[in-house]
Design a protein around this ligand. Structure first.
Ligand code: HEC
Length: 176
């Protein structure tokens, strides 16, 4: 093949390459591809990172206002009256037997959670054995036992009023 034939072939290949390149650049300019900021469709079960953290913090966030201001004006005598609803399942005197629920003498701050002797706690509560019942925990527990320890066998709906809970906590604290 004569040399000028080769030149033609090389020239046409180069031209084709340049045309392809320019077309690519131009088409990118004309139709700017926009990438989605987040997935438009999240398959069920595949939580996107942000959503997962949001749920986690929501679950942890304290749902109740602090009990301290109510404890400051708590009335243990009234608490003892409110605690009558607990008596179908609990005893409060020192050394009194466990009923459906454990004996509650000295339960605040002195005893760890779920450690009353001769009482078989549910796994829902006994997983917190290394902690003590402080007023904040008792507040959450007494407001909604199933929320504080999902699966607990304390089938008690909870005390909805802050001051009632504070009074009961003050009563429990007075049992020493
Ligand atoms: C229907 C029965 C029932 C009623 C009513 C009830 N409880 Fe309970 N309570 C239980 C049971 C059962 C447990 C053990 C829960 C478990 O192991 O999951 C428990 C556990 C507890 C504990 C944890 C004790 C520990 O040593 O860790 C506290 C505190 C408590 N109850 C306080 C109260 C108070 C205060 C009231 C009344 C406002 C009350 N309960 C009403 C059945 C009851």
């Amino acid at each position: 093949m004569p040399a000028f034939e080769w030149n033609k072939i090389i020239a046409s290949v180069l031209t084709a390459l340049i045309v392809a390149m320019v077309a690519g650049i131009l088409s990118n300019e004309i139709i700017r591809p926009r990438h989605l900021e987040k997935l438009a469709y999240v398959p069920p079960g595949a939580n996107s990172g942000a959503a997962a953290t949001a749920t986690a913090t929501q679950a942890k966030a304290p749902s109740l206002p602090p009990i301290a201001p109510f404890l400051a004006k708590a009335d243990a005598t009234h608490g003892k009256q409110v605690a009558k609803v607990c008596e179908q399942c609990h005893t409060f005197d020192k050394g009194a037997p466990n009923k459906i629920g454990p004996n509650l003498f000295g339960v605040v701050a002195t005893e760890n959670i779920a450690t009353v002797p001769n009482y078989s706690f549910s796994p829902a509560l006994s997983k917190d054995k290394s902690e003590k019942w402080d007023p904040e925990k008792l507040n959450e527990w007494l407001a909604d036992p199933q929320h504080f320890a999902p699966g607990t066998k304390m089938t008690f709906a909870g005390l909805p009023k802050e001051q009632d809970r504070a009074d009961v906590i003050a009563y429990l604290e007075s049992l020493k």
